[in-house]
Design a protein around this ligand. Structure first.
Ligand code: DHB
Ligand code: FE
Length: 280
């Protein structure tokens, strides 16, 4: 049976992708940020997941304001990125696992979560920046991927509580897949940031640290916030936290944090990193 080996929450800021393309690992601005990923990469090398479920929000590459599903899932053999205007390189495609995707789609529909199914899906920085951070020397085919998009762009957005519940159903769906896979679940985005408007540049470090702490043992507490409250507390892009909540839900009731890191700012964002394992 498939087993969830862990969950990772990480920011997905495009500037990180640019810094990686420019090999700026050791520059003073970037070194402390990149160094925090070393223990998570060491954990990945030890656990060697075969599949990554990547929960992120598309920012306008695959979906735009004219058609914006609340939740969408890839069911393709591979996923490509494309120019989004950030200057990020176009990468070799990420392998998918269409059979697992369809199992997740059917299991989630049976649990009353109907996801938009995408047999073609471009993946943006919300997917590729974390994948590059976690597998910088990606061997082709080493990790298959299933992208799951959550709308944090076009209001109304799905509520934090609904995302936590969907994550729980996703965890059950993964663990009912009758194949020996080691699955890691990524939740990407956040933490606090506001890219435009009167509060552009807004970051709330105390709230970010509160979220990093509470998501481990008290995710229900975070799930009680409304989207409006998350925007007040964490900026207009702060609701990207709902992807972390979905990841947390997939891990089940009890987890332990193996790594937790906060670095502020990276670009306009309070950048968070969290590695969770299911508690036995
Ligand atoms: C930034 C952060 C994001 O989450 C994003 O999607 C785009 C930009 C930033 O801080 O620059
Ligand atoms: Fe984002």
């Amino acid at each position: 049976m498939a087993r969830i080996v862990g969950g990772i929450g990480t920011s997905h800021i495009p500037a990180i992708g640019l810094a990686m393309a420019r090999k700026q690992w050791n520059e003073p601005y970037w070194k402390p940020f990149f160094d925090a990923y070393a223990p998570v990469r060491a954990w990945l090398e030890q656990v060697r997941p075969t599949v990554a479920i990547v929960i992120y929000n598309d920012h306008g590459l695959n979906f735009f304001l004219d058609k914006m599903p609340a939740f969408a899932i890839g069911a393709a053999a591979e996923y490509r990125n494309a120019d989004e205007g950030w200057g990020l390189p176009t990468l070799t495609p990420f392998p998918g696992d269409a059979a697992l995707s369809w199992h997740l789609i059917e299991s989630l529909a049976a649990a009353d979560f109907d996801l938009t199914t995408c047999q073609e899906m471009l993946v943006d920085h919300g997917f590729v920046v974390p994948m590059q951070l976690l597998w910088p020397d990606r061997e082709p085919g080493l990790v298959r991927t299933v992208p799951i998009h959550v709308n944090t762009v076009q209001h109304p957005l799905p509520s934090p509580a609904r995302c936590l519940r969907l994550g729980e159903a996703l965890g059950r769906a993964i663990e009912s897949w009758p194949h020996d896979e080691r699955v890691v679940v990524l939740g990407t985005g956040g933490l606090s940031h506001q890219l435009d408007g009167q509060r552009a540049g807004f970051i709330n470090k105390p709230f970010d640290l509160f979220c990093l702490e509470k998501i481990v043992d008290e995710p229900e507490l975070l799930a009680r916030y409304s989207i409006r409250q998350l925007i007040e507390l964490a900026g207009t892009q702060g609701p990207e936290l709902i992807q972390w909540l979905m990841m947390r839900g997939a891990l089940g009731p009890a987890v332990r944090a193996l790594e937790s890191n906060y670095h502020v700012p990276i670009s306009n964002t309070g950048s968070g990193l969290l590695l969770l394992e299911k508690a036995a």
